[in-house]
Ligand binder design. Structure first.
Ligand SMILES: C[S@@+](CC[C@H](N)C(=O)[O-])C[C@H]1O[C@@H](n2cnc3c(N)ncnc32)[C@H](O)[C@@H]1O
Length: 406
């Protein structure tokens, strides 16, 4: 058996109990319904129309269940195909879907390399999978071929810099492995190595990699993985290009935008000479803490930032997977919005009046309708300028998306 398949038969990922579906829906990126509409359909995807989806390497079903439930909530006539090499992962995903009464899903055990057979798809989710393939380029290519010409894909691959130290430990553990070791012995050896790492070790000095400390499955996934390859920004662009795909956008683009990360005016001026992808690569080097790259891409002819929703006063702002209470408290205390990511703290001063605008964001009103709801209602030009600035920051942090009025 392929060692990656073997690993996910033993440790279906992520560990999930189908009973928990009664309590909560796991949400995240990529592949939220509103995110797909924003990034790939200009914020205007009509969910009353059929939507054909592939969940490639769906694991125990986080992305699958989120999207299937969100599409069911709006009665979308969706057809979802789940495929994964691991039967054990599929059984958990199936049980989760059954628990929720989700009937739009066809489950398959197999490789995403054969995804074309059931295509073309309007949307493909491939989260945390391509970097485990023996030939990731073949995976990008197979998924590209399975997309419809106006379809798109949400993907996640590991980030090399944020995972500093992981590959050192993986290499040491390969050296320590005996051919006859059981899974339990490999886990024990890894735990012993972790306990023996000196302070100077690069994994020890990278406290932001923590999944290996949470569970045995996490430890296996991070330190004993049969195969994983982490990416830098330029490599992602190359992989997409070779597969006939183009970038639409990274998720949380503020993490890839030096303007949000650098205040030195002379450096900023120099940075304007760089292309978009060069600036993203610069930001990745600057912070050094991106562990996962999440992005939306599409067939080359249908890619580019223009594919996504664009700010206008006629668009509806949608607050996205965010608990607004702490943010409102920060703003009411006159503090800037402070974003934390893997040890990095970035302060984003918001335009005056932002708290009032955010309080009126109900996912139904357009920016212009929000302006009209304010008393006194501010002049359109001035409001548009500050709403655009507010949106740029909130969207940059993946806290706000745009939706067109149906
Ligand atoms: C880290 S898990 C990610 C699961 C899920 N996408 C998520 O984000 O929660 C990787 C999954 O990819 C599956 N996988 C790896 N190679 C695959 C392939 N060639 N075709 C289909 N599934 C594959 C594994 O079996 C495993 O379930």
């Amino acid at each position: 058996m392929d060692p990656v398949q073997d690993q996910y038969e033993t440790f279906p990922y992520p560990p999930r109990d189908p009973k928990d579906e009664d309590q909560r829906l796991v949400v995240g990126s990529p592949s939220g319904r509103d995110e797909i509409s924003h990034f790939l359909f200009g914020g205007a995807r009509d969910w009353s129309k059929p939507f054909k989806v592939l969940i490639a390497g769906g694991g125990t079903g986080d992305g699958l269940i989120m999207l299937a439930q969100q599409l069911a909530n709006v009665n979308c006539p969706a057809e979802i195909t789940y495929v994964d090499l691991s039967k054990a992962a599929r059984e958990i995903a199936e049980a989760r879907a059954e628990r929720r009464g989700l009937t739009s899903i066809t489950f398959k055990t197999g490789s995403l390399l054969d995804a074309g057979e059931d295509g073309p798809f309007d949307y493909i989710d491939c989260c945390g999978v391509l970097h485990h393939l023996p030939d990731p380029a073949a995976g990008f290519h197979a998924l590209s071929k399975a997309l419809s010409p106006d379809g798109g894909m949400g993907a996640m691959v590991y980030g090399a810099l944020g995972r500093t130290g992981v590959y050192d430990a993986q290499e040491m553990l390969r050296g320590l492995k005996k051919p006859c070791d059981s899974t339990a012995q490999r886990v024990e050896t890894a735990q012993r190595l972790l306990a023996s790492l000196p302070v100077s070790n690069r994994l020890k000095r990278n406290p932001f990699v923590k999944d290996h400390l949470a569970s045995e499955a996490g430890l296996y996934d991070v330190l004993l993985h049969a195969r994983d390859h982490a990416y830098r920004v330029p490599e992602i662009y190359e992989a997409l290009d070779e597969a006939g795909l183009g970038m639409v956008s990274f998720v949380a683009p503020a993490n890839y935008d030096p303007d949000f990360l650098i205040s030195d005016a002379k450096l900023k001026a120099r940075l304007t000479r760089l292309t978009g992808p060069e600036r993203e690569a610069f930001a990745e080097l600057l912070t050094g803490n991106i562990k996962k790259h999440m992005f939306y891409c599409a067939p080359k002819d249908a890619a580019g930032p223009g594919r996504s929703a664009q700010f206008s006063m006629e668009m509806i702002p949608v607050l996205y997977n965010v608990d607004m209470d702490p943010i409102m408290k920060m703003l009411e205390a006159g503090k800037p919005l402070t974003a934390h990511r893997e040890g990095l703290e970035v302060k984003h001063p918001l335009p005056p009046g932002s708290a009032e605008v955010l309080a009126l964001c109900d996912g139904k009103r357009t920016f212009d309708e929000i302006r009209e709801s304010l008393t006194p209602s501010p002049p359109r030009d001035a409001f548009e300028k500050s709403a655009r600035q507010l949106y740029r920051i909130f969207f940059g942090l993946n806290l706000m998306l745009l939706k067109a009025r149906a």
